[in-house]
Design a binder for this molecule. Structure first.
Ligand code: BES
Ligand code: MN
Ligand code: ZN
Length: 490
């Protein structure tokens, strides 16, 4: 599929599907829409009236245009109130139009939407919506239904000259799609071993430096927390470190860490009935977003050095499994009483944080599907942001806003660390249920010492969507990639 841009006037464009946008409460057809309506013998006006179209954001209507006309299908998308127009609306409109265009078997599609912020940002947002709206995961279907007709070209009308913005959207979306594919693939397909292979392909394709620490090297570094989690798996753990270095001297040095549990059974504190254990292939979504960001950044090539780190393993049960109550020693020497083997993500992140803290970066952001408590607090659309650093909080808020990926800052209430006090070790890995996402963040904080700024994003909610909404098709969302790219480039 190709996305291009031109200044072809609406009345002159010919092809399968032509899509226009209308604001709520501004349904009168003026200027070029009026001309198009006249040319189509009033079809647009009839469609709006017949369907009682109100222009609500995300709503779409369409009609077949009479024989011999310049276009076969006319699509109208609602943009909501004019004063609420933002990039996320445009992304959503791009996604709705392209999904409908595909359903209506349009090989060629033109999209005419109003500009928001700048032509470049407009083109990028619509192109992102189109790319992600059309994405469908057919990897595991033996006979995919819709392999036949797909949209082949999309022309963004009125945005001629925005090639670079469209190319940027495509680089970013290739990262989002990688993240989606890693998260959606089941745990018998995406394993610590295949994650290492994926990292190797990324390194080769995007010119990144790759370091993989095998189990023995992790042992030498004293990564007892990470290895404790890995003990019951039949698969070897892989500690993955990709680095992007710009040509000249970097403006900043940053690190991104992703939780990489390719499956979380809970361990001996096994997840019980109705716990969603069958969904726990998503527990590497932090690593998925980290790899997705690496893919995008490796192509965009900003003037910032970025490290991408994940301690990848599965949390399983076997005779080798760590016992509830075991005491593990992390690579910074701190001891942890594992009072719950299902709080495994923070154990793997502990060693990943200690490792990354020694890289001398200006800031670390970790992403983790860390707690059900965060989902209870913020629901499925918003990630929890935990950081002691106001400046980094601002940067991430701005990056998320621009990406349409929502963050809400949560308190790092030091007092709650009392809940993690152990009588026998330096700390327990699990505190009381109330404030569970906060004590998890306070646990992680114990493993960052020298890096000036650190933030933890609990993404357990937004990495998966049960149903299609806005730019997200149902399934893995690739949450975090766009936010991370914006952050690195800010
Ligand atoms: N991977 C889970 C958290 C999770 C829950 C991710 C729902 C995605 C959706 C994590 O490892 C976990 O099991 N957390 C426990 C922590 C508890 C034992 C302190 C939880 O949230 O119940
Ligand atoms: Mn768990
Ligand atoms: Zn987990």
């Amino acid at each position: 599929m190709e996305v291009k841009a031109s200044n072809t006037p609406l009345v002159q464009w010919t092809g399968d599907g032509l899509a226009i946008g209308l604001f709520e409460d501004h349904l009168e057809l003026t200027s070029d829409l009026e001309a198009l309506n006249d040319k189509l013998a009033g079809t647009i006006q009839e469609l709006i009236t017949e369907e009682e179209f109100k222009g609500k954001a995300g709503s779409t209507i369409f009609t077949r245009v009479g024989g011999g006309s310049q276009v076969r299908k006319l699509i109208v998308v609602g943009l909501g109130k004019a004063e609420d127009l933002n990039l996320e609306r445009l992304r959503g409109a791009g996604a709705s139009i392209s999904r409908l265009g595909k359903k209506q078997k349009c090989k060629t599609l033109a999209i005419s939407l109003p500009t928001c912020n700048s032509p470049a940002e407009t083109a990028q947002a619509i192109a992102e919506g189109v790319e992600l709206g059309l994405y469908e995961d057919t990897r595991f279907k033996s006979d995919p239904e819709d392999k036949k007709t797909t949209v082949e070209t999309v022309d963004l009308l009125g945005l001629a000259g925005q090639k670079t913005a469209i190319a940027l959207a495509q680089k970013i979306c290739s990262g989002v799609i990688l993240a989606k594919e890693l998260v959606a693939a089941p745990a018998n397909e995406v394993t610590p071993v295949t994650m290492a292979e994926t990292a190797q392909s990324l390194a080769t394709e995007c010119g990144l430096h790759l370091e993989i620490l095998e189990q023995e090297e992790c042992e030498k570094l004293g990564m007892g927390a990470f290895l404790g989690v890995a003990k019951a798996s039949d698969l070897p753990p892989k500690f993955i470190h990709l680095t992007y270095k710009p040509q000249g001297s970097p403006r900043r040095k940053l690190a991104i860490i992703g939780k990489g549990l390719t499956f979380d059974s809970g361990g001996l504190n096994i997840k019980g009935a109705n716990s969603g254990i069958e969904t726990m292939k998503i527990d590497m979504a932090g690593a998925g977003a980290t790899f997705g960001a690496a893919k995008a950044i490796g192509q965009i090539k900003p003037d910032v050095e970025v490290h991408f780190v994940s301690a990848v393993t599965e949390n399983m049960i076997s005779g080798h499994a760590m016992h509830p109550g075991d005491i593990l020693k992390a690579s910074n020497g701190k001891t942890i009483e594992v009072n719950n083997t299902d709080a495994e993500g923070r154990l793997t992140l502990a060693d990943a944080l200690v490792f990354t803290d020694k890289l001398g970066v200006d800031a670390i952001v970790d992403l983790a599907t860390l707690t059900g408590a965060c989902v209870v607090a913020l629901g499925n659309d918003i990630a929890g942001m935990f950081t002691p650093n106001d400046e980094l909080a601002k940067e991430l808020d701005a990056a998320g806003d621009k990406a349409g990926e929502k963050l809400w800052r949560m308190p790092m209430e030091d007092k709650y660390f009392e809940g993690l006090k152990s009588s026998i070790a330096d700390m327990k890995n699990t505190g009381p249920r109330p404030g569970g996402s906060i004590s998890a963040a306070l646990f992680l904080k114990q493993f960052v010492k020298d890096t000036p700024a650190w933030a933890h994003l609990d993404v357990a909610g937004p990495v998966w969507a049960d149903k299609e909404s806005g730019i997200n098709n149902s399934g893995a969302t690739g949450f975090g990639v766009r936010l991370l790219v914006n952050w690195v480039m800010s």
